[in-house]
Design a protein around this ligand. Structure first.
Ligand SMILES: [Zn+2]
Length: 356
């Protein structure tokens, strides 16, 4: 009735063939090929931070068929995220869903054939081994230098790969740290002073700049996981979407590197980078670190009954409203207080409600 030959009815076996062909266009790229695709399917990548860079990166890795993804994020979805954090939709912001949970649901719908483990957690020294050690590679979606120096420590100590990524305003940088080095600290022995660095809150960030940098980073991750580390970046690449300036930063192994030469893992050992209460980059919220023990969320919920509003308990987190602030308590002991950027206000409200 459309004026051309009616196609044959769709056969079930054709549907199966269609499914089996999902990676066809990637396998046709000779640099990947069937062998590279098989390696991707056997690989495990951790994506740390599921904001802008992590959204784009995790989506690309899931679609590429990386067999197992470990997703780690400490935050919940908020309206200012939607401009660039492509895994989330309005309903996620409306419900302030934890990003790890919303990302897992979205990526499971994108690719049901891969394994996805999601953790609503703040990656730090005391949980890094538990959360990361199954990974062959960690992809950087973080918003702070302490976590990046921790990822570098983890990668060097385990002889795994770390793909660095950072973006702000219209520019960003990617880099690859491979077991044979050089590592991040060969080039930058110390993290920059965070107070002097622009953030996505202070300087903003363009969605296309995120896509460019996250695309470059995911490309490095796919090369490495497909067994083509020979084609990975040796050093760093800085790109500015506004000025079109792209420049390489050569990296060389530093024979005096405190990390890959002296094998001191200050961030992984917890000697440095200890968490303090801090405003999170994504929005109007303060994260208060846990004491290390897991709270009894059910008991806290019972105790708070009647004294707070809009309480909701889910596996792994408890949420409630008190005064004009919203509190999330997570199973790992952390709290996220939304509606303020003042750590003192966050601490005061927690003391008043949860009692710690
Ligand atoms: Zn080094």
């Amino acid at each position: 009735m459309w004026g051309f030959e009616s196609p044959l009815p769709h056969q079930p076996h054709e549907a199966m063939d269609d499914r089996a062909a999902r990676y066809d266009r990637q396998i046709r790229v000779p640099e990947i090929g069937a062998a590279g695709q098989t390696r991707l399917g056997e690989a495990c990548a951790a994506v740390v931070g599921l904001g802008a860079l992590g959204s784009v990166g995790a989506d690309l890795l899931a679609r590429a068929g990386v067999g197992r993804l470990i997703l780690i994020d400490r935050d919940v979805v908020d309206w200012p995220n939607l401009q660039r954090q492509t895994l989330y939709v309005e309903a996620d912001a409306e419900q302030a869903r934890p990003k790890a949970e919303a990302a897992r649901a979205r990526l499971a719908a994108v690719n049901s054939e891969i394994r996805i483990d999601a953790h609503a957690a703040d990656l730090e020294a005391r949980n890094a081994a538990r959360l990361l050690d199954a990974a062959d590679l960690v992809l950087d979606g973080t918003d702070n230098f302490a976590t990046r120096w921790l990822l570098n420590d983890w990668a060097v100590s385990r002889a795994r790969a770390y793909v660095y990524a950072g973006v702000v305003a219209t520019y960003g940088m990617v880099g690859a740290v491979l077991p044979e080095g050089p590592c991040l600290r060969c080039t930058w022995p110390e993290p920059p002073d965070a107070a002097g660095e622009p953030t996505c809150r202070s300087a903003g960030v363009l969605g296309p700049a995120v896509a460019v940098i996250a695309g470059l980073a995911a490309g490095e991750a796919i090369k490495i996981l497909a067994g083509r580390s020979d084609a990975a970046l040796r050093g760093f690449l800085h790109a500015d979407l506004w000025t079109h300036e792209v420049r390489s930063i050569r990296a060389e192994r530093d024979p005096a590197c405190p990390c890959c030469t002296a094998r001191r893992f200050d961030w992984l050992d917890g000697r440095r980078g200890a968490r303090t209460a801090e405003a999170v980059c994504g929005g109007n919220a303060v994260q208060v670190p846990g004491s290390g023990s897991a709270p009894d969320l059910a008991a806290i919920a019972t105790r708070l009954q009647g004294s707070v509003t809009a309480m909701r308990a889910e596996a792994g987190w408890l949420r409630f409203q008190a005064r004009d602030l919203e509190v999330f308590l997570f199973a790992d002991g952390r709290a996220l207080v939304r509606g303020t950027e003042d750590p003192a206000r966050a601490y005061a409200l927690l003391a008043e409600t949860v009692g710690s």
